[in-house]
Design a protein around this ligand. Structure first.
Ligand SMILES: [Mn+2]
Length: 327
């Protein structure tokens, strides 16, 4: 039996399901979770969609009251799904113990991952976890997908393909996009909510970040920094940093862009440094991030270090130059 068939069997045999996604959800995590919830409801199942974190402002449009911030007490689930999650550290907080939640089924598309989950359905070729939800819908005989699944799954595909631009945008993905539009997704609404609709503080932050841009390695590496001071000065919030690293990659000739981001430490004391990587071509930033204790995809990855931003920037510079130039 394939893993997909095993998952289908668990769905057919179960009655109550808990669906969640990784910490600090992005559009693919939340969209694929909402999509799976809609499918399970169509199959007559009982579903709770649990996301304890605040939704970033650009994803609020996806939630029409489906998302539960707290779990009902005294309830048990036959199976728990965690969407788009590649690492134990990214499991949502407050996930119930195994005797309450049942087996943990991970649906994911990250090539770099640890051993999270009891049953792992992972398609590293999929452009998004949302694409895998479309394949599950097919198995359940739910294609075309129900209207209530269309917008969240469409958002998942659009976000993880950078607006159907990345090389993961296979013909199959565009056919799925077409189906989702036919089922009611509004392409401009989704694109505007996900990528535009910037507050003035965010544009001011972009301007400040661009002031920190340095190009190294004969124009192949772009380095940028966000400090707490820059956030305070511009009035921007941490979720506005999302996507800023892409600006480094826009520069002609840049193969790797890195954004070094001062971030309140997980311990609650002092500052950590998050690093986001983007790659344009052959360079594998997933491997680069892994060497710094993180992970991700070949073209988009990240890590978190408990050192200051300047030291982190130096480490990134050294490591990325070695990857690019073999020095
Ligand atoms: Mn994803």
């Amino acid at each position: 039996m394939t893993t997909a068939e095993r998952v289908a069997e668990l769905v057919r045999g179960g009655e109550s399901f808990l669906v969640c996604c990784h910490k600090r959800p992005d559009a693919d995590a939340l969209g694929s979770a909402l999509g799976l919830r809609a499918l399970l409801l169509r199959l007559g199942k009982d579903v709770n969609l649990y996301v304890p974190d605040d939704l970033p402002p650009n994803l609020v449009f996806l939630d029409h009251g489906e998302v539960e911030r707290d779990l009902p007490a005294d309830k048990r689930w036959d199976v728990t799904f965690v969407m788009d999650t590649a690492a134990n550290a990214l499991l949502p907080k407050g996930l119930p113990a195994e005797d309450v939640r049942g087996p943990l089924v991970v649906i994911d598309h990250h090539a770099n991952h640890d051993d999270v989950g009891d049953i792992v359905l992972r398609e590293t070729e999929a452009c998004a976890t949302g694409e895998m939800v479309m394949d599950l819908a097919e198995m359940f005989g739910l294609r075309p997908v129900p209207a209530e699944a269309a917008t969240p799954i469409y958002a998942a595909l659009v976000a993880d393909t950078g607006g159907f631009r990345y090389s993961t945008t296979k013909p199959k993905v565009l056919r799925m996009g077409a189906e989702l539009l036919e089922q009611g997704a509004d392409p401009w609404e989704v694109a505007y909510e996900l990528f535009e609709k910037w507050q003035p503080e965010r544009l001011a932050l972009l301007s400040a970040i661009l002031d920190t841009l340095e190009v190294e390695c004969e124009g192949r590496l772009a380095l940028m920094t966000v400090t707490r001071e820059m956030l305070a000065k511009t009035g921007a919030t941490d979720d506005m940093v999302e996507g800023m690293v892409d600006y480094g990659r826009k520069l002609k000739g840049v193969e790797i862009a890195a954004l070094v981001w001062e971030f309140p430490a997980d311990s609650g004391e002092g500052l950590d440094t998050k690093i986001s990587f983007r790659s344009r071509g052959d360079a594998d930033v997933g491997v680069l991030a892994q060497r710094l204790g993180g992970g991700g995809h070949k073209s988009a990855a990240g890590t978190q270090l408990d050192i200051d931003a300047d030291t982190a920037r130096e480490q990134v510079r050294e490591l990325a130059c070695r990857v690019l130039c073999g020095e």
